[in-house]
Design a protein around this ligand. Structure first.
Ligand code: FAD
Ligand code: GLY
Length: 376
């Protein structure tokens, strides 16, 4: 079995798969090492919203990166069909960010002014206008911000499409292969030890989601990535209940998928690495969702699931090279926006690994040593 590669990527989630695709397309010999299966963790649990402007409310490097990534989806969707045969189910029917009280309405109206700098199509809809767009909304809704250009994808399909497209360009995928440790020599990474033997490579990318911090501790770096579990459920209605994604706050959203399912998420349980779905979590979501769209009560139950988001201490992902070990890179901590950020992360990491000169000011927000703390 081949065990020498240009780049070894640890983690077959959406981030590792997107990086593999971009590197393989540039002719690098890449292997993805995945301890379980491709798209088995957060990347298949996500709702798939590309919600740069609903999730991120302040300008900054992360917000600008998210806008760039969001703009990549239309052409990416065509490109991935060509190389993987998979349709990522991109839906571009917009999002409505709901205000349920006058106080929240005031806050969202301020967001409308801010967000229109990047998309002049974003508007405020009052209680009457919003019901023209979404007649099933509860009478309690005071209005909302309409984002006509916000879309969503099927996240497991996007992850599989990245991985398959990477294979099309020659990447190798090793599932059921856990990385146990790094091999270092004279300040340079030389490969990794796995449950299926040694892999030699002078470039290694840690893209292991919520598990990244544990792996990196032996390299002397504490990157402050921690798990935040999210539980979801889905229903299917006889008639189309909602037209856009309904985003209430960071604890409840309803996403009408192309196959007729409505995804409803999601809880936020910090420091939980188990995938258990609890009646309490789902009961909270049902209560929130039916306050927004009462007819959800009558829809047909479909399924429940959960996933582990990789959060960081400052809410910003880590993207960059290890400060002490040449050739060791990290792309982890994408928290609530890893699906949205996956295309641009793939490109930025491939640029870094192939020596392209990048704007250091833009990248500084994502540096691995920004907390200046190392462990010994
Ligand atoms: P993961 O998908 O977790 O992949 C990491 C992979 O690494 C796993 O497959 C794991 O098995 C593997 N691994 C770990 N350790 C090792 C090792 N030592 N050796 C080999 N393999 C290893 N984002 C959005 O943009 N939009 C959304 O609407 C959205 N909704 C979400 C809803 C929920 C309920 C959740 C949980 C998340 C949501 N997210 C959303 C966030 C998004 O899912 C994550 O940010 C993203 O999936 C993280 O991708 P990842 O590749 O870093 O991690
Ligand atoms: N971005 C939605 C979530 O993480 O639940």
């Amino acid at each position: 079995m081949e065990n020498s590669f240009d780049v070894a990527i640890i983690g077959g989630g959406i981030i590792g798969s997107s990086i593999a695709f971009q590197l393989a397309k540039r002719g690098r010999k890449v292997v993805i090492l995945e301890k379980d299966r491709v798209a088995c963790q957060a990347s298949s649990a996500a709702a798939g919203m590309l919600a740069a402007q609903a999730e991120l409310e302040e300008d900054g490097h992360l917000f600008q990166l998210a806008l760039k990534s969001q703009a990549m989806f239309a052409s990416l969707s065509t490109e991935l069909v060509e190389y993987s045969g998979i349709d990522i189910e991109l839906v571009n029917k917009g999002m409505t960010k709901i205000a349920e009280t006058e106080e929240i309405a005031l806050d969202i109206k301020k967001q409308v002014i801010f967000q229109r700098k990047w998309d002049p199509m974003i508007t405020w809809l009052d209680a009457k206008e919003i019901r023209v767009l979404e007649p099933s909304l509860s009478q309690s809704v005071a209005g909302g911000m309409y984002l006509p250009n916000d879309g969503h994808v099927q996240p497991a399909k996007l992850t599989q499409a990245f991985a398959k497209a990477a294979e099309y360009f020659g990447a190798v995928i090793r599932e059921q292969t856990e990385v146990l440790s790094f091999i270092f020599e004279n300040g340079q990474v030389k490969g990794v030890n796995t449950t299926n033997g040694v892999i030699h490579s002078e470039q290694v990318v840690v893209a292991s989601g919520a598990w990244s911090a544990k792996l990196l501790r032996e390299s002397g770096l504490d990157i402050h990535v921690y798990p935040v579990k999210g539980e979801c459920f889905s229903v299917r209605a006889e008639k189309q209940l909602i037209n856009t994604t309904i985003f209430s706050d960071k604890r409840c959203y309803l996403v009408p998928k192309r196959n007729g399912e409505i995804y409803i998420g999601a809880t936020m349980i910090e420091h939980s690495l188990d995938n258990k779905v609890t009646p309490e979590g789902i009961a909270t979501l049902i209560e929130r969702a039916t306050q927004l769209v009462p007819q959800i009560k009558e829809a047909a139950w479909e399924r429940v699931w959960s996933g582990i988001r990789p959060q960081t201490a400052d809410g910003t992902p880590y993207i960059g090279e290890h400060p002490n070990w040449k050739g060791l890179f990290v792309a982890a901590g994408h928290f609530r926006n890893g699906i949205l950020l996956s295309p641009i992360t793939g490109v930025v990491v491939a640029d870094l690994l192939t020596g392209k000169i990048l704007d250091q000011n833009e990248l500084s927000a994502f540096r691995l040593d920004r907390h200046k703390e190392t462990v010994s």
